[in-house]
Design a protein around this ligand. Structure first.
Ligand code: G4P
Length: 527
């Protein structure tokens, strides 16, 4: 399969899976790839379960950068549609990396564990999707196990996430009594097979819930419950409305089991039929539509030091418009000269492939030596800049202290590099020389220390900082300056030289915001 044989952007679905750890994201990813024919053996996407979450293992995986890169973007085709699945890092702490990946997708699949419903991490990721109106298809996983009542799950999604829900499929029994999945829209019944119902088996086309075929196949109890529940659901929940879904107001809900390969087909079909293809994205001076002939894109992720001997980096660019051809010259807006992209990388499931052509919605890996940064726009004429790639106010701030004070220069270089990559944010206080780093999750701190040591040979310790949070400043220049003149002791610059207010507490942010109503204290900064 080569990119050139693929259809244009209308046949592209660029999406991510969002889930709380353990809900089954890895398993579902494998099965989607398997169904899409991208891999022949499931089980190879990445380490999972306890092994992945054990910190030391996770670091090892991260250090073997090749693994996480090949699984960062997975492309598969089915029935003429090209799916680009972008991996969101799956660890417990949320990281900016995850958020940024969500800026590069057109839709998301939200995986819930049928026994647990909407969990904390799901909710945070959902909020990011909502901020950007990313439409969501819900997949309720592990229906082969005991779970909650279907209605309970549906109502929880509706209430917690403030969304209309439309059940598209319905599980027939659960756990010990699981007998399959009924597709409410196509009236197909998906049956399990094997002595302990472990396989994806026959698909029976019925004429509806009252088809007598069902009496012969399903146990009387399950069938009675299916008929009653499904009828109640069809009457009680919103009808599926493609536009409401694409606006982010409604989520179609599918039930299934990633492990047992149930409901995967219905999910892929729904993505193909309803998920939005690439559309216009906000930019200055004007939004850029995918059919704009000029090649444009933006960098949403950078991975550095994949090979420690070469200090190379891969910038992941989402193509927004035009047809990209290998060897093309693109210019990062605002800085730098045109870069000829001779060896772009497309990410197929198990191997990297050189790309000759790519279309809007595709992701291209661009090897470079640190020129490209997260948030950069690349284009042929350098006259456009994509907006809306957020930096998040850090929730944990630490002072960095060197074990060997002669390494100041190396530390500065490392912090600049790692902040460009989005591992941490770095703030240089106006007064004093102790650099402050900020993260949104604890795990980022461990990654920082380990990478400083391994890749830059800098031993450092992190000390508590006298600050609790940070805010970017916005508003009229004169108002911002007046604030800055009077608060120098609490000011720092971020890596781009933009002023940041370091606050001792969230309360202090509220306090200064009241005192300086003309100044905006921003929890996110858009580049
Ligand atoms: P994650 O990426 O969201 O963290 O979840 P992952 O796919 O790793 O799945 C977490 C655990 O849930 C795994 O079990 C996996 O096998 C199991 N699982 C995933 N989907 C289903 C499903 O549809 N039904 C059932 N019954 N289990 C499912 P584990 O014991 O942690 O790992 P493993 O040793 O089985 O690989």
């Amino acid at each position: 399969m080569s990119a050139s044989s693929g259809p244009q952007h209308t046949g592209r679905r660029t999406f991510a899976i969002i889930a709380h750890p353990d809900a089954g994201k890895t398993t579902l990813t494998e099965k989607l790839l398997l169904f899409g024919g991208a891999i022949h053996l499931a089980g190879e996407v990445k380490a999972r379960g306890d092994a992945r979450r054990a910190r030391s293992d996770w670091m090892k995986i991260e250090q073997q950068r090749g693994i996480s890169v090949t699984s960062s973007v997975m492309t598969f085709e089915r029935d003429g549609v090209t799916f680009n699945l972008l991996d969101t890092p799956g660890h417990e702490d949320f990281s900016e990396d995850t958020y940024r990946t969500l800026t590069a997708v057109d839709s998301a699949v939200m995986v819930l564990d049928v026994a647990k419903g909407v969990e904390s991490q799901t909710r945070k990721l959902f909020e990011v999707c909502r901020l950007r109106n990313v439409p969501i298809i819900t997949f309720v996983n592990k229906c082969d196990r005991e779970g909650r009542e279907v209605f309970e799950t549906l109502d929880e999604v509706a209430e917690l996430l403030q969304l209309d829900v439309t059940p598209m499929t319905w599980p027939v029994g659960m756990g010990g009594t699981f007998e399959g999945i009924y597709d409410l829209r196509t009236n197909r019944l998906l049956l399990p097979e094997g002595p302990s119902r472990e396989f994806n088996g026959e698909v029976v086309q019925t004429t509806g819930l009252h088809d007598p075929q069902l009496d012969a196949i399903l146990s009387a109890d399950n069938l009675a419950k299916l008929r009653e529940d499904a009828e109640l659901a069809l009457a009680g929940y919103a009808e599926f409305d493609g536009e409401a879904y694409r606006n982010g107001d409604l989520t179609p809900v599918f039930f299934g089991s990633a492990l047992k390969e149930f409901g995967i087909d219905s999910l892929i079909e729904a993505l193909a039929a309803h998920a939005p293809p690439p559309h216009a994205l906000p930019a200055e001076p004007a939004p850029v539509a995918p059919d704009n002939p000029e090649v444009t894109g933006f960098v949403f992720k950078v991975q550095a030091n994949m090979d420690p001997n070469h200090r190379d980096r891969i910038a992941f660019m989402r193509l927004v418009s035009g047809t990209f051809k290998r060897g093309m010259k693109l210019t990062p807006t605002g800085h730098g000269k045109p870069i000829a992209i001779h060896s772009p990388i497309m990410f197929f499931a198990q191997q990297r492939e050189l790309a000759d052509e790519a279309f809007p919605g595709d992701i291209i890996g661009i090897p470079n030596h640190g020129v490209l940064r997260v948030g950069d726009t690349l284009s042929e004429r350098a006259q456009v800049r994509f907006t809306g790639l957020p930096n998040f106010a850090p929730e944990i701030l630490r002072r960095v202290a060197l074990k060997d004070p002669t390494k100041t220069k190396q530390l500065r270089k490392a912090l600049d590099d790692l902040s460009e990559e989005g591992v941490v944010q770095v703030f240089y206080p106006e007064i004093g020389s102790n650099w402050i780093i900020g993260v949104v999750g604890q795990l980022q701190l461990d990654v920082l220390l380990s990478r400083l040591e391994a890749e830059y040979k800098v031993g450092a310790v992190l000390e508590p900082a006298p600050y609790d949070t940070a805010r970017w400043l916005g508003g009229e220049a004169a108002d911002v300056k007046a604030f800055m003149d009077l608060n120098r002791g609490a000011l720092a610059k971020d890596r781009d030289g933009d002023p940041v207010f370091l606050a001792k507490s969230a309360w202090e942010v509220g306090y200064v915001a009241d005192r300086y109503p003309a100044v905006k204290f921003l929890a996110t900064r858009e580049r």
